[in-house]
Design a protein around this ligand. Structure first.
Ligand SMILES: [Zn+2]
Length: 70
């Protein structure tokens, strides 16, 4: 997760979002951030994030019977 370089607010930006929007604005302090990242590095990072998300989904399904939900 990327923090805002200006106010340190965790932005919670998805990597997909950054690739599609190489510049974005901090919702808290309004600073504009530009992401100049090597697409190859991003590709690897996205693969890891996807993998982690899939693992989380698996765990959710696994525990959905045990956990009480609304
Ligand atoms: Zn900020």
């Amino acid at each position: 997760m990327l923090p805002c370089p200006s106010c340190r607010t965790p932005l919670g930006l998805e990597l997909d979002f950054i690739i599609k929007n190489p510049a974005c604005q901090c919702p808290k302090c309004g600073v504009i951030m530009k992401f100049n990242v090597d697409p190859k590095i991003f590709k690897n990072a996205i693969a890891k994030v996807r993998e982690a998300q899939q693992n989380i989904e698996k765990l959710k399904k696994q525990y959905s019977n045990i956990m009480t939900t609304k």
